[in-house]
Design a protein around this ligand. Structure first.
Ligand SMILES: C[S@@+](CC[C@H](N)C(=O)[O-])C[C@H]1O[C@@H](n2cnc3c(N)ncnc32)[C@H](O)[C@@H]1O
Length: 284
């Protein structure tokens, strides 16, 4: 029976394949206590029984552990830097791929579609927005935000360099606002786990904001390696304002003039050609 968060994570990994073993234990323990309280369960052994009795409940448990919440134009300083420093470089590519890793309910990807549209880059852009949470992705794919959230996002949009009316990208639907179909058609939502899955796209720009803070250093390293392997030459990585690529063994360096955007450093690669062997050492 799991007695603490680490035991519980090991059990979930063994029985369900979701790997929380390298999540920060303090945060994981808090999330699990919160989940037990919400379900009126008396501790992790009871949570394990509850989950074992219907394994489909694992998606709910994952959502509760991950807290997939976000905001439109959440970090306007970073988005402003992207507009000023990265978009001019993106505009030199005939096709642009952006990957949001840990996109939660989609607001980050919606914000990116708006930024790219306003920069005239959307027609040649494809945005992949991935998350571990099936519930968050299902919500993200609807393209809806509460009207009140849109009003609250307007000052952040302007702080990021937006000059128009943010609401023009949405249409009203009851007390919700729907992102325009044209913008939505450039976003694909993908279930992808940074702890266990492999590279799935070649990206010009990767954003992974407010995700690495939940990971222990080895898992941060894994995610950063994945990003380094996914970026095209000349690509950029953008992290949350409380995160750095410190665990990446020098794979990334800050972009001059930016606080939150990084570029891959030149890494020694394995040789592309086989070493020369004298004829008498060659296998006949
Ligand atoms: C705090 S939210 C950040 C959302 C958004 N990037 C932002 O900055 O507003 C963290 C997100 O990371 C996701 N996440 C956590 N672990 C993950 C993993 N191993 N692989 C992919 N996504 C993960 C969670 O489901 C959640 O949606």
């Amino acid at each position: 029976m799991p007695h603490d968060a680490a035991d519980f994570a090991a059990w979930v990994y063994r029985d369900f394949g979701h790997d929380f073993r390298q999540y920060r234990l303090g945060t994981l323990g808090r999330r699990l206590r919160h989940l037990c309280a919400g379900l009126h369960l008396d501790g992790l052994a009871a949570l394990r029984d509850w989950l074992s009795s219907d394994p489909r409940r694992i998606d709910y448990v994952v959502d509760q552990i991950c807290v997939p919440v976000s905001q439109l134009f959440r970090e306007p300083g970073t988005l402003g830097e992207l507009r000023r420093l990265v978009f001019p470089a993106l505009s030199s590519f005939p096709a642009i791929t952006v990957w949001h890793a840990g996109c939660a309910a989609g607001q980050e990807a919606y914000s990116m579609a708006i930024l790219l549209d306003e920069a005239g880059l959307l027609p040649r852009s494809r945005i992949f927005a991935s998350d571990i949470s099936a519930g968050a992705l299902a919500q993200a794919a609807r393209g809806l935000v509460p009207a009140a959230q849109l009003g609250a996002a307007a000052p952040r949009y302007r702080a990021s360099g937006g000059t128009g009316d943010l609401a023009r990208h949405f249409t009203a639907q009851g007390d919700q606002m729907r992102l325009s179909r044209r913008l939505m058609s450039h976003i694909s939502f993908v279930r992808h786990n940074l702890a266990t899955d492999a590279v799935f796209c070649e990206a010009n720009l990767i954003l992974c904001c407010n995700v690495l803070i939940y990971f222990e250093r080895p898992l941060q390293c894994r995610a950063l390696e994945l990003f380094s392997d996914s970026l095209v030459r000349g690509g950029h990585l953008c992290l949350g304002q409380r995160e750095t690529p410190i665990g990446a063994g020098g794979r990334f360096a800050p972009m001059p003039g930016s606080r939150w955007i990084y570029r891959p450093t030149a890494q020694p690669r394995p040789p592309l050609v086989l070493p020369f062997l004298p004829p008498d050492e060659r296998i006949p």
